[in-house]
Design a protein around this ligand. Structure first.
Ligand SMILES: Nc1ncnc2c1ncn2[C@@H]1O[C@H](COP(=O)(O)OP(=O)(O)OP(=O)(O)O)[C@@H](O)[C@H]1O
Ligand SMILES: [Mg+2]
Length: 219
């Protein structure tokens, strides 16, 4: 059992491979016997569902209204999902968090520092944030079957800006990953970094000194 909950966030632009990686990490951690759960934003709650509905009609919300809905959805996700799971000392894998809000709403002109401040007031601090970095065109090509062509065209120039903001995040909890690599290579990197973090902070049993090498190793 972990000493404390752990919050692992996966971020990146549309089609970067977030959900794929979040689910691989979930499987790997569960295979170790850890209690791990997966959540995503926008969440399945009422605000999250409203956001998804509104996102289909482009231009139906101003950037400010959009931000307000994302914040309401996050508050609900934090209270209903994240805090209870962290309190039970689970590993929480979160597919998008407030870094997405800073990047996507920031790219629409809202002050990035203000978005960060309003989130850090109530949102639990992640232990690690993996940012999957891919070119906008490549990410969109991966999910082309999910979207109309004209929507994609408009989306690309916007995602170039969003990607630039993601690339600019710095800090010891932030890990940038080249998302053009194969799925398995990315999974390995995320898994290794996550395990290092768990061992360092939460798995005191791993910190016991290793047993000394045997004096007479078998032939
Ligand atoms: N490393 C990879 N290389 C090539 N294709 C990938 C890679 N990772 C994921 N894919 C494929 O790209 C598509 C998008 O992946 P995924 O749904 O995980 O992205 P996402 O970042 O969650 O997208 P969205 O922003 O729409 O939620 C899927 O078809 C997936 O199988
Ligand atoms: Mg996804």
């Amino acid at each position: 059992m972990l000493e404390k909950g752990v919050l692992i966030v996966i971020e990146g632009i549309d089609g970067a491979g977030k959900s794929t990686q979040a689910k691989s990490l979930l499987r790997k951690l569960r295979a170790l016997g850890l209690e791990a759960v997966y959540f995503r934003e926008p969440s399945r709650g009422k605000w999250g569902r409203e956001l998804k509905r509104k996102a289909k009609e482009t231009g139906s919300l101003t950037p400010g209204q959009e931000l307000e809905l994302f914040q309401k959805d996050r508050q609900e996700n934090v209270e209903k999902n994240l805090k209870p799971a962290l309190k039970k000392k689970k590993v929480v894998i979160l597919d998008r968090y407030y870094f997405s809000t800073i990047a996507y709403q920031g790219a629409k002109g809202i002050d990035q520092a203000r978005i960060r401040r309003m989130n850090e007031k109530f949102a639990p601090k992640p232990d690690l944030v993996f940012i999957l970095d891919i070119e906008a065109g490549e990410g969109l090509a991966r999910i082309a079957d999910r979207k109309e062509k004209d929507v994609l065209f408009e989306r690309e120039s916007y995602l170039v800006k969003v990607g630039r903001i993601f690339r600019g995040f710095k800090g010891r909890r932030i890990i940038h990953i080249d998302a053009r690599q194969g799925e398995k290579d990315i999974t390995r990197q995320i898994y290794d970094q996550t395990m290092m973090d768990l061992k360092r902070k939460r798995f005191p049993q791993f910190l016991r000194p290793r047993s000394m090498p045997r004096k007479n190793p078998p032939e």
